[in-house]
Ligand binder design. Structure first.
Ligand code: CP
Length: 337
């Protein structure tokens, strides 16, 4: 069985990404009728978090439980990773005990190194470069909220604000799937050239398009979805005055800007949000805000991803084989009683 990690959506073709989303939709439909199949019975997921998380942690942990498996939350300071033990040794040990490894790491190189040594699938739960599981969920959410008469390749997605790890992943998946992606930000906060080259190559293959602009009003004029993210993250506290001055008020998603988009346009945010900063309460809680559908879809998407990566790898012994081993063990135990 080929080992596949989920580090970057760029490692997956358009068809593979659509397959993951279709699988997610089927598992979500089962879940909505209270019958999530136990497809990952007895499987274990080791979850390493170098940064805090609400949605990602809860969604992966609940997903494993509902699929019949188990997740272990491994906090910094509670495991040896990178302090008293090499990455190589940690990856090898976790691979012997668990069926997959999830990691949210400060540096992207940490997760690529883990993946280099692991013998089980490694799933990226956010790094300083990207957030691939988030954006698979985002595309599923857009498909569920598709404007009438449109299909995936017609969708216009506008991201307003800092070129965050979510921006990179959203730009990559949208352009890979043939969608039309626009980013509006001050020049200093626009994506680096390497990211643009990846997205442009995607567009050349998929027929999608990429627009980078400093004009948020022009950026939302034809948008089906407006998406924003935090203007600063943990570790950027010293930059808050500079960043606030660069983005406020021009790039804040407030009612004034939202009303410049088409009447069907819907609002998205990966959360957590700084309400009143990158987006106002009026937009966050607007009837056309889909932020909580988006959040819920993290759970369904993690199930889809976990099943896609793990189900083909799990051993499914016959009842005869299980009975044989149970008999051998119980016969041995009888001698001890
Ligand atoms: N969107 C997201 O990744 O949220 P958490 O940081 O709470 O996991």
């Amino acid at each position: 069985m080929t080992l596949r990690h989920f580090i970057d959506t760029q490692d997956y073709s358009k068809q593979e990404l659509l397959d993951i989303i279709e699988l997610t939709r089927k598992i979500k439909a089962a879940d909505k009728q209270g019958c999530t199949p136990k497809l990952l019975q007895d499987a274990s997921l080791a979850m390493i978090f170098e940064e805090p998380s609400t949605r990602t942690r809860v969604s992966f942990e609940v997903a494993m439980t509902e699929l019949g498996g188990h997740a272990l939350y491994l906090k910094p300071g509670e495991i040896h990773l990178g302090v008293r033990e090499s990455m190589y040794d940690t990856a090898k040990v976790l691979s012997r005990m668990c069926d997959a490894i999830f990691a949210r790491t400060l540096k992207h190189e940490t997760i690529t190194e883990l993946a280099k040594y692991a013998d089980v699938p490694v799933i990226n739960g956010l790094t300083d470069y990207n957030h691939p599981t988030q954006v698979v969920c985002d595309v599923l959410t857009m498909m569920e909220h598709m404007p009438p008469g449109k299909q995936l390749e017609d969708l216009r997605v506008t991201f307003i604000g800092d070129a965050t790890n979510v921006l990179s992943s959203l730009m990559f998946i949208c352009t890979r799937l043939g969608m039309h992606f626009t980013h509006a930000a001050p020049r200093k906060y626009q994506p680096p050239e390497e990211w643009l080259q990846i997205a442009q190559a995607n567009c050349a293959e998929s027929g999608g398009s990429l627009t980078i602009t400093e004009d948020p009003v022009e950026a939302v004029r034809e948008a089906d979805f407006i998406y924003t993210d935090l203007w600063w993250w943990v570790g950027q506290e010293d930059q808050i005055p500079e960043r606030r001055a660069a983005f406020m008020p021009k790039y804040q998603v407030n009612l004034d800007l939202f009303n410049k988009a088409p009447a069907h346009c819907q609002f998205m945010h990966c959360l957590p949000a700084s309400r009143g900063v990158e987006a106002t309460d009026e937009v966050m809680d607007h009837p056309r805000s889909i932020i909580f559908d988006q959040s819920e879809n993290r759970l369904h998407t993690e199930k889809g991803l976990l099943v896609y990566l793990l189900y083909p790898r799990l051993k499914r012994p016959s009842e005869e084989l299980q009975a044989y081993h149970r008999g051998q063990i119980e016969a041995f135990l009888q001698r001890m009683i």
